[in-house]
Design a binder for this molecule. Structure first.
Ligand SMILES: NC(=O)c1ccc[n+]([C@@H]2O[C@H](COP(=O)([O-])OP(=O)(O)OC[C@H]3O[C@@H](n4cnc5c(N)ncnc54)[C@H](OP(=O)(O)O)[C@@H]3O)[C@@H](O)[C@H]2O)c1
Length: 281
């Protein structure tokens, strides 16, 4: 069954593969409730599902994908190598554990979750992901929360450019330097926290004004603003109606006046979590 009601636009990865511009975030969705939320999102038409070993919910995500009734081969699951699993053998074991919990033979996209510079293992982990892709355990590989100089280090050492960098990004954290670096190197930018909840974005007057003008929700305007720049968004919602709203952006057409207003919302790079200091395990 493939009861898609949503039509989700795509971008293109460096190898030419189409990739959904709107995916589904799952952090903190666990157990039966988590599986139910994932199944509802897949049934609605989401095809890109974002999880991580660190979220402790891969089994629920796998169950949700299978329980949706949609052919699992139509679904792209992203998972991430946790901080404690960095390194040559540990990263391999980490991915094998993720695949086991997800009930998959390979993951559509595998990312290094955070660079964690204090361990100095990001490069070895990246070399492992390159091998795992060659072995077919990952269809695409990338990173998350890497700054341009951290990306450059991986590229210089291996000659292999991450296909995706998943970073904290919304109209409240526009990250123009990171986005420009990604574009220059053919890296797809993926936005986590795309609704800017941590920054109080939905309450901002400028965003509400644009939303009112288009008869849309503030969340929809934030997401439209990102996908207009070819940035992949992965909003999370447990609510079936909000799941639909977050992926129904076609009729919102932002103009220059809207973009000028939204530009005023950027809090600046220094407000984003800084992966030179912030580490996760
Ligand atoms: N790579 C990383 O380091 C990293 C870090 C953080 C997150 N992520 C990934 O990115 C995903 C998204 O980020 P996030 O979960 O932090 O934040 P988000 O998707 O920006 O926001 C999620 C919150 O917004 C609410 N919400 C969703 N749609 C809404 C709507 N239409 N109107 C009003 N409220 C709405 C949700 O509540 P309801 O559920 O009640 O709708 C939830 O509380 C995560 O789930 C995870 O997969 C990655």
């Amino acid at each position: 069954m493939s009861a898609t009601t949503l039509s989700i636009p795509t971008t293109t990865l460096a190898d030419g593969s189409p990739f959904p511009l709107i995916g589904f975030g799952t952090s903190s969705m666990k157990g039966v409730e988590g599986a139910r939320a994932v199944a509802s999102a897949v049934r609605a038409g989401y095809r890109l599902i974002d999880t991580a070993a660190q979220y402790g919910n891969e089994a629920a995500v796998g169950q949700g994908v299978r329980g949706s009734g949609v052919d699992p081969d139509e679904t792209l699951v992203t998972t991430k190598i946790a901080g404690g699993d960095q390194g040559r053998e540990a990263a391999r074991e980490g991915l094998l554990g993720s695949l086991r919990r997800l009930g998959l033979d390979s993951a559509a996209l595998v990312l290094i979750h955070w660079p964690n510079p204090s361990r100095g293992l990001a490069l070895e982990t990246w070399r492992t992901l390159i091998d795992l892709k060659e072995e077919g355990l990952a269809q695409h590989i990338g990173v998350s929360n890497f700054r341009p100089e951290q990306l450059q280090e991986l590229i210089d050492a291996t000659g292999v450019t991450p296909e995706v960098n998943q970073i904290q990004l919304s109209p409240a954290l526009q990250r123009p330097e990171a986005v420009a670096f990604h574009r220059e190197h053919g890296i797809v930018t993926q936005a986590w926290g795309p609704l800017g909840g941590r920054e109080g974005l939905a309450e901002q007057f400028a965003l509400r004004k644009v939303a009112r003008k288009h008869g849309a929700a503030p969340s929809q305007v934030s997401l439209r603003w990102a996908i207009d720049q070819d940035i992949v968004v992965i909003p999370k919602s447990t609510d079936p109606q909000r799941q639909l709203d977050n992926a129904s952006l076609d009729r919102i057409v932002l103009d220059d006046e809207d973009r000028a207003l939204l530009a005023t919302l950027d809090l600046g790079e220094e407000t984003a979590w800084d992966s030179r200091e912030h580490e996760e395990w």
